[in-house]
Design a protein around this ligand. Structure first.
Ligand code: R5P
Length: 290
């Protein structure tokens, strides 16, 4: 069981929610900028001999959040923390997990190696690929927000619900959500043409007159969920809802999804955003209470 929760800049509310849920002290930390723009980090709480959990997503501004995380971890170690658990609810750079073109940096591995330097254990929520966990040189696990998403959609009185994953990678998430809703799920086949551009293979989804929940791990440009939404609307689904774990939200995609007919567009707060209405604390706190 951890003694102290430290929230980085990207996860201030989530860290507070986790500390409330676990009834564990929330550490005080100061982050500001030097006049030249460099980051200043100070840990104000006493961390000596404490089991600390650091909560910091590496979302936008990715490099700043990443550096802040490295600075917090190194400082905690230096100040004598007994054990450090790093929780990166949204693990940025997760999609650069291999060398797609010669000479490319495997950025996910770079981040993982540096986090491993000063951590004893690592958790992420719905990490993009589970294979990424092998990049860590410490015990590393992915937590699953499907139950939290499922519980949220349960609060709607859905008629003949159906859960759709907009690509094969969303299969496990769709299955997890459908389990909570007690309904069927299906996935669509997606081909990415370019960043922000996808093509969906036509498929009969048996969605007519059903309330459909589309779930994906990430909504970035939103082209994936938007194409799925259009396919479902063309197949006469009654109501379509969209949920994701990580609202990366490039551009005004939430507004575009509403305009395209989505009844709700919602995400967890692994990344703070205008649609982050589901707390990820119920996903993370149990892992820290062991
Ligand atoms: C892809 O493999 C992921 O699971 C998401 O489907 C993808 O990152 C979403 O990206 P976008 O919102 O840009 O279509």
């Amino acid at each position: 069981m951890v003694d102290l929760i430290i929230g980085g800049s990207s996860c201030q509310i989530l860290a507070k929610e986790i500390s409330d849920e676990l009834k564990v002290e929330l550490g005080a930390i100061t982050t500001t900028r030097f006049p030249d723009g460099e980051l200043y980090v100070r840990i104000d709480s006493d961390v000596k001999d404490k089991e600390c959990a650091v909560i910091q997503s590496t979302c936008r501004p990715q490099d700043s959040n990443l550096f802040e995380l490295f600075a917090i971890l190194e400082t905690l170690k230096d100040l004598g923390a007994k054990r450090i658990t790093t929780v990166v609810p949204y693990f940025g750079y997760g999609r650069q997990d291999k060398r797609f073109k010669p000479g490319e940096a495997i950025s996910a591995r770079v981040a993982a190696k540096h986090i491993s330097l000063h951590s004893d254990e690592f958790y992420a929520v719905n990490i993009h690929e589970k294979a990424l966990l092998k990049f860590f040189q410490i015990p590393a696990q992915a937590l699953d927000a499907a139950p939290a998403l499922g519980e949220y959609f349960k609060s709607y009185e859905l008629v003949e619900p159906l859960v759709i994953g907009p690509d094969d990678g969303a299969k496990d998430l769709a299955e997890g959500v459908s389990k909570v809703l007690g309904c069927k799920c299906d996935v669509i086949e997606k081909k990415r043409i370019a960043p922000g551009k996808v093509e969906m293979k036509k498929k009969e989804l048996n969605a007519k007159d059903k309330d459909v929940v589309i779930v994906d791990d990430i909504i970035d440009s939103g082209s994936t969920v938007l194409s799925a939404l259009e396919m479902l609307r063309s197949q006469d689904a009654a109501n379509v809802f969209v949920g994701c774990v990580h609202p990366v939200l490039t551009g005004n995609i939430a507004a575009r999804l509403f305009a395209a007919g989505s009844v709700d567009v919602v995400a967890t707060n692994t990344i703070p955003s205008q649609i982050s209405f589901i707390t990820a604390s119920s996903v993370i706190a149990p892992a820290l209470s062991k």
